[in-house]
Design a protein around this ligand. Structure first.
Ligand code: MLT
Ligand code: ZN
Length: 250
């Protein structure tokens, strides 16, 4: 890799554009799912229609500091963790999913009761048999986010026009505070091509905050003309959305 921006021209977020979200499924045979999948993401999370489930249990991560390559993919900023450390991940229903990468979308891709937020963070995990689990956090403007504070130096470096090459840095994913009492769970897809399905989504119900400066650090490096990297909402197609509420919380 010579620091080129991956995928820069392969797809865009421009509404009605030649490579825009409505066209993703036709751009490459292996991206078909983006057009004809029936379990696509993101969706609106409507509280009136969720199934409360006390048994899902709290989100549990087992993370450790790890080397990550920080990349500007043209459509987002991504921290890609080095493979081989199966200990760094999450466990859902007894399946271990290893943390592969994390990245941000602005504005948010998922909405809650129709409301969109300024930022959404995705932590992408994969199991040995290739299934995905994404944990998402939504942000509104307010106090600084501590994980983003810890990344400030690295983010400034990648957003600097003169120095946008990939580089490796030691990242502690534990700085993303996993303590969330409530979250949504549903089966969906990756929100970028190839839009692969069978992604177990966990979206925290508790809002986090970022400052405008932090938000801008993540946004300035995104080259997409449309000024967004959020895929439009997809059809729910009768999929159940569960909502985890601890049993003591009635
Ligand atoms: C997702 O969260 O589904 C992603 O945007 C997939 C990716 O990292 O390309
Ligand atoms: Zn994402």
């Amino acid at each position: 890799d010579h620091g080129e921006v991956e995928d820069e021209t392969e797809f865009s977020y421009e509404k009605g554009g030649e490579k825009g979200p409505e066209k993703w499924g036709t751009l490459k045979p292996e991206w078909k799912m983006c057009g004809n999948g029936t379990m696509q993401s993101p969706i609106d999370l409507t509280d009136k229609r969720v199934f409360i489930d006390h048994n899902l249990g709290p989100l549990r991560s087992h993370y450790l500091p790890s080397n990550a390559t920080i990349k500007n993919r043209g459509h987002d900023i991504m921290l890609e963790f080095e493979g081989g450390n199966a200990g760094i991940g999450i466990t859902i229903n007894g399946t271990v999913y290893q943390l592969q990468q994390l990245h941000w979308h602005s504005p948010s891709e998922h909405t809650i009761n129709g409301k969109r937020f300024v930022l959404e963070e995705h932590m992408v995990h994969q199991s040995k048999d290739g299934r995905f689990a994404v944990v998402a956090f939504l942000y509104s403007l307010g106090r600084p986010d501590s994980f983003l504070i810890s990344l400030e130096r690295q983010l400034k470096r990648i957003t600097d026009a003169h120095e946008s090459e990939d580089f490796v840095s030691l990242i502690d994913p534990r700085a993303v505070n996993f303590k969330t009492r409530f979250y949504y769970r549903y089966l969906g897809s990756l929100t970028t091509p190839p839009c692969s399905e069978n992604v177990t989504w966990s979206i925290s119900r508790e809002m986090r905050t970022v400052t405008l400066e932090q938000l801008n650090l993540l946004r300035v490096s995104v080259h997409d003309q449309s000024n967004t990297n959020a895929r439009p909402l997809q059809r729910q197609n009768g999929r159940p959305v569960k909502f985890y509420l601890p049993a003591w919380h009635i």
